[in-house]
Design a protein around this ligand. Structure first.
Ligand SMILES: Cc1cc2nc3c(=O)[nH]c(=O)nc-3n(C[C@H](O)[C@H](O)[C@H](O)COP(=O)(O)OP(=O)(O)OC[C@H]3O[C@@H](n4cnc5c(N)ncnc54)[C@H](O)[C@@H]3O)c2cc1C
Length: 261
């Protein structure tokens, strides 16, 4: 279940975002869009907990993750040099399903979400849209890579420095209006609030989608219940907890529970 991955490169992509490439053939072989790896950072063995990262690209024996430096673990990760090794569990979780027939993929992402959904743009035969939301220009990543894969990229920033001023849901509403009657398939990854807003919008418009409901997690294999989200259920409450590491992180938008209880 766990594999060793040797770092081939580890560089700043933009501002606080870094891209690390590992040699990890066993993981690449099975990796699908939306899968994640649970990484033990060598200098943090004393801290016990691994850190989860979505697989951004898996080609041949090379596995790429794109990560934002937010705390101790990602800081330590950013210091690793080529030749150093990490222990990986993975690929883990329920992946996204690729578009079929005439489905047009619409990826809605915020922050590192653009990395977590990137393999969809690589592996989908049908080309579509990336709707990317960010607070500022600094959080817009991989836009050229999506364009190179044939995706149209639309951007919203909260400060209005680039693209439409406001939240990414503005772009979603515009796209829905433009594409009435077309078979859109939505994918989401980003901050929890963005995913809930996207999910509710999809349900209102009677369109389904798939959301990567990333939550802070510990074990990564369904044992500890640290990473639960609420999903709909037939019990009297109308919801139950689901483990995002095992039953997700990708859930159908129609399965997520949006009530406030
Ligand atoms: C399935 C999954 C896939 C992910 N994929 C990516 C990815 O591709 N790129 C990327 O940059 N990040 C990704 N993350 C988030 C990443 O795991 C956290 O940013 C990382 O664990 C932070 O570790 P740290 O030690 O640097 O920060 P910490 O010091 O532990 O925390 C710093 C901040 O990050 C938040 N945080 C900590 N752990 C998590 C967590 N597991 N999930 C969400 N927020 C957390 C805390 O609330 C805190 O605000 C993913 C998370 C999940 C659950």
């Amino acid at each position: 279940m766990s594999h060793t991955g040797e770092i081939l490169s580890n560089e700043v992509l933009k501002d606080k975002y870094c891209r690390a490439v590992f040699r990890a053939p066993e993981i690449c072989e099975k990796a699908e869009p939306g899968h994640f790896v649970h990484v033990m950072i060598p200098s943090m063995r004393d801290r016990i907990l691994r850190r989860p990262f979505s697989i951004c690209h898996a080609g041949g024996s090379q596995l790429t993750i794109v990560y934002k430096v937010v705390g101790r673990g990602t800081e330590e990760l950013s210091r690793l040099k080529p030749g150093e090794k990490c222990d990986f569990m993975g690929p883990l979780g329920v992946p996204f399903s690729l578009p079929v027939e005439d489905e047009i993929p619409v990826i809605v992402a915020g922050g590192y979400g653009a990395a977590a959904t990137y393999m969809i743009s690589e592996r989908s035969k049908n080309k579509g849209y990336l709707l990317l939301g960010a607070r500022t220009e600094k959080d817009l990543i991989l836009t050229d890579n999506y364009k190179n894969n044939g995706f149209e990229v639309r951007v919203a920033t909260e400060d209005g420095a680039v693209g439409t001023k406001g939240l990414v849901t503005v772009l979603v509403k515009e796209l829905l209006e433009e594409n009435k009657g077309k078979n859109l398939k939505f994918y989401g990854c980003g901050p929890h609030g963005m995913l809930l807003a996207l999910g509710e919008l999809l349900i209102t418009n009677e369109i389904d989608g798939e959301l990567s409901m990333d939550q802070m997690m510990c074990c990564g294999i369904g044992a500890c219940f640290a990473c639960v989200v609420k999903v709909k259920d037939n019990n009297p409450d109308g919801w139950r907890y689901a483990r995002t590491c095992k039953e997700g992180p990708v859930f159908k938008a129609s399965d997520v529970y949006y009530g406030r209880t």
